[in-house]
Design a protein around this ligand. Sequence first.
Ligand SMILES: NC(=O)c1ccc[n+]([C@@H]2O[C@H](COP(=O)([O-])OP(=O)(O)OC[C@H]3O[C@@H](n4cnc5c(N)ncnc54)[C@H](OP(=O)(O)O)[C@@H]3O)[C@@H](O)[C@H]2O)c1
Length: 292
Amino acid sequence: MGKTRKKVLITGCSSGFGLLTAVAAAKAGFDVVATMRNLNKDANLKSALEKAHVHAEIAELDVTKPETINAVVQRFGPFDILVNNAGILMGGSFLDITDAEMRSVFETDYFGAVNLTRAVVPDMIKNKSGLIINIASLAGRVGHLFNAAYGAAKHALIGFSRSTRLELKKFRIRVVSVEPGYFKTGVIGNNAYLTEKFYDSNSPMFELNRGFLKMMMKDIIPKAGDPKIVAKKIVKIMKTPKPKNHYIIGKDAWLVVIFQWLGLLKLIEQDVYIKLIRHARRKMKQKKKINR
Ligand SMILES: NC(=O)c1ccc[n+]([C@@H]2O[C@H](COP(=O)([O-])OP(=O)(O)OC[C@H]3O[C@@H](n4cnc5c(N)ncnc54)[C@H](OP(=O)(O)O)[C@@H]3O)[C@@H](O)[C@H]2O)c1
C-alpha cells in the first residue's frame, strides 16, 4: 500500500506557533512529530491535542544539541516536511550584548535551523521530494533596533533559505521562508530574554534601551496578531503543491514591506524613532524628578 500521510517534524512546540502548528497539522491529517527542548513543558501541547481529538508524537529535541536531533531523525525519520520554528529573542543594544548572548541567539535561530536541515535533507534527496519551512521574521527583512542579534540571525536565516532553495531545486525539495510581523506569543512575552547589561545605567544606550521596551509594551505588543493565523498559514503551505518562496504574514509586516518596496522605509523608521525618543525622554524626566 502506498504512503498516504506526510510526516512532519516541527521544532519548538512547547508554545506559540510551534504548538499551534502541531495541532493544526495533525487536524489536517499530517503525521506530526512535535518536538521541544524540555519535555517537562509538554502539558499545554498534550491538552491542546486532546481537545482537538488528534494525535502527535512528542519528542525531545534541542536545536543546538546534535545528539537530540540525530535521535529524533533515527527514531521517526524519514520526514517529508521540516518546520524550523524554534527561536529566541534577546532585547538590548548591540553595544551591551555579550558575545555569549549574541552567539546563543545565532545558535538557536540560525544554526539550529541549519542543523535540522542538514539532518533531514539526505532522506529527502533519496525520496526526491521534500518541503522545508523556515520561520524567519519581518526582522529578517528590515532593521530591528535594540534587537540586533535577533534581526541579524533572521536575516541570516532568510539568506540560508534563498541559497538552499537553489541547491535543492534539482531534488524537488522546496524551501520556504515565513516572515511574520508581531504576533502574541512567548517570543515577545514571557520567553523574551533581555541582555545581562540591559539595566546597566553606565551604558550610553540605557535610556534608549528602556524607551524601546516601553514602546514595545505600549505601542506594539497590545496590537500584535493572533498566532493561530500563522499556524493556519503554515499548514496551508504544507498542503500547497507549489508554495511561494516567501510568505509575509500580518498587516504590520505587509505595511513595512510595501514601504520598503516603494523606497519609503525611511518614513516608518522615522516614525519608530520619534516614538522611541518620546518614551526615552519620559523615562529621563521621571529619573530627574526622583533625583531632585
Ligand atoms: N511571535 C512573533 O511575533 C514572531 C514574529 C516573527 C517570527 N517569530 C518566530 O516564530 C518562531 C516561534 O516563536 P513563537 O513566536 O511561537 O514564540 P514562543 O512561544 O516563545 O516559541 C518559541 C519556541 O522555541 C523553543 N526553543 C527555544 N530555544 C530552543 C532550542 N534551543 N531548541 C528547541 N526549541 C527551542 C521554545 O522552547 P522553550 O519553551 O523551551 O523556551 C518555544 O517552544 C521563532 O522562530 C520566532 O522567532 C515570532
